[in-house]
Design a protein around this ligand. Structure first.
Ligand code: UD1
Length: 433
């Protein structure tokens, strides 16, 4: 199992490019299942989750080719798709596989997709996906761990309707949005998620001939069409990867240009960074971040909420920054029930954090009046999930001595060449196999 060895204490400086967004690429690969014509996706990041999704759709009979000249370009041709099924072996390693359900059902009138099961950060059910597809006329039974979906006798298409999910769900909104593009009549998705990845998916679907309005708001209106065609689309830049680099530069007291980062997608995070004392300047095609050093920053309290609120996917990384900044802060996690697993690992590095309950952490920043009186010190820590790993990497970059982050396959699920990019910024980071 790969590990990351970090020798901390270097300020990050220079320029780092942000890759395409994991959470946009995954639904967009599934959107390619909606048509029998080829789809070309550009800016597809090199991530384990993307590789898993490609294996999954190839398993269905879809042909996939990476462009020889640009390996971030993937050509997907789902014309020969003959097996609308997602087996447990693949779904269990990546929950986002459930995104195949809506497109398969919409195009073929049937689908068999494994239930994802639990994951480290919470129970994460998919009841809203099922409820929404049923409201569109699908019959879905759960048998032997699989969701088996079909259309009633005599029907060949899903039918539109008004769907209000019980909570805001990102992949739930995406699944229903994709399904609705080929449904008969109009679908209105209320309480829809508003994340930039949903807007990017909707824009891709519109290029394929879908009729969509209101994406980026809580109410999306879709007029179903009989068929969609191929398209060419570039995956939006990953705002979470960008936010992770902003926090890493801030924590190390560095100065860097985060290329492709988009200020409008990172509003809540940037507000907190500015309030902390970090200088953030939006430029053409990126963000310049300049930090006076963690001990000169003021720790910031925040609570995670749906977009445009503070993203749960940035909670762990910002907490690492709070650990080395000045003063107390409170971090509340409202989206997932068990997303503080990085806390016990940060404690091993010398952080002062106490969790008041499963969803609230109180941090005593180590910075005091511009000087760090107490330091994080390197240790061996264990990555437990994707963003928790990123938080440990940030802490390791600041800690004195060597930090060994174990189980970085979590990191590889969602960060495209993290160690290479950090090295480009001057960090002393090495992958150990
Ligand atoms: C997506 C992101 C993930 C991010 C999360 C929240 C992808 C591939 N993943 O995950 O990185 O952390 O949004 O921003 O885009 N829920 C239900 N029933 C459902 C669906 C969701 O109870 O049917 C609950 C979940 O347990 C959770 C909350 O709703 O508590 C939000 O989850 P959701 O937005 O669906 O997260 P994902 O789409 O899985």
């Amino acid at each position: 199992m790969d590990k990351l060895l970090i020798r901390g204490g270097r300020q990050l400086r220079g320029e780092v490019p942000v890759s395409g967004a994991k959470n946009a690429a995954l639904p967009e690969l599934c959107a390619a299942l909606l048509t029998d014509e080829p789809v070309v996706l550009h800016n597809v990041p090199h991530l384990q989750d993307v590789a898993t999704m490609l294996v999954l759709i190839r398993h269905m009979g879809v042909s996939i080719a990476r462009d020889a000249a640009d390996d971030c370009t993937v050509r997907i041709a789902a014309g020969a798709l003959h097996l609308p099924e997602a087996p447990y072996e693949l779904v269990k390693t990546m929950r986002a596989s459930v995104l195949a359900l809506g497109p398969l059902l919409a195009r073929f009138g049937r689908a068999k997709v494994s239930l994802p099961g639990g994951c480290a950060i919470g129970s994460r059910p998919v009841d809203q996906h099922i409820k929404g597809l049923k409201a569109m006329g699908a019959e879905i039974v759960v048998e032997h761990g699989y969701m088996i979906a079909s259309l009633p006798e005599g029907r060949t298409r899903l039918k539109g309707g008004r769907i209000t999910t019980d909570m805001v769900t990102v992949t739930g909104t995406e699944n229903l949005l994709m399904a609705a593009t080929l449904a008969e009549g109009e679908t209105i998705l209320e309480n829809a998620a508003q994340e930039p990845e949903i807007v990017d998916l909707a824009e891709m679907l519109i290029k394929m001939g879908a009729k969509i309005e209101g994406h980026g708001t809580a109410c999306i209106r879709i007029r179903g069409v009989e068929r969609l065609h191929g398209c060419e689309h570039a995956v939006v830049a990953d705002r979470i990867e960008a936010g992770t680099f902003l926090c890493a530069v801030a924590a190390t007291g560095g100065d860097a240009f985060v290329r492709h980062a988009r200020e409008e997608h990172l509003g809540a995070v940037i507000d907190k960074l500015r309030d902390a004392g970090v200088e953030i300047e939006a430029r053409r095609d990126g963000i310049q971040v300049t930090s006076p050093g963690a001990a000169n920053l003021t720790a910031q309290s925040f609570r995670t909420t749906e977009y445009p609120g503070f993203p749960t996917d940035m909670q762990a990384q910002f907490m690492a920054l709070n650990v080395v900044a000045q003063g107390p802060s409170t971090v509340a996690e409202t989206i997932f029930e068990n997303r503080f697993m990085h806390v016990s690992e940060l404690l091993r590095l010398g952080a002062k954090i106490r969790t008041t309950d499963a969803r609230e952490a109180v941090i005593e920043g180590l910075g005091t009046n511009g000087a760090t009186t107490e330091h994080l010190s390197g240790a061996t820590v264990m990555a437990t999930d994707l963003r928790a790993s990123a938080s440990l990497v940030i802490a390791g970059l600041v800690a004195s001595g060597e930090t060994l982050v174990d189980r970085i396959y979590h990191l590889d699920r969602g960060y495209d060449c993290m160690e290479g990019k950090l090295r480009g910024l001057g960090a002393d980071v090495e992958r150990i196999q």
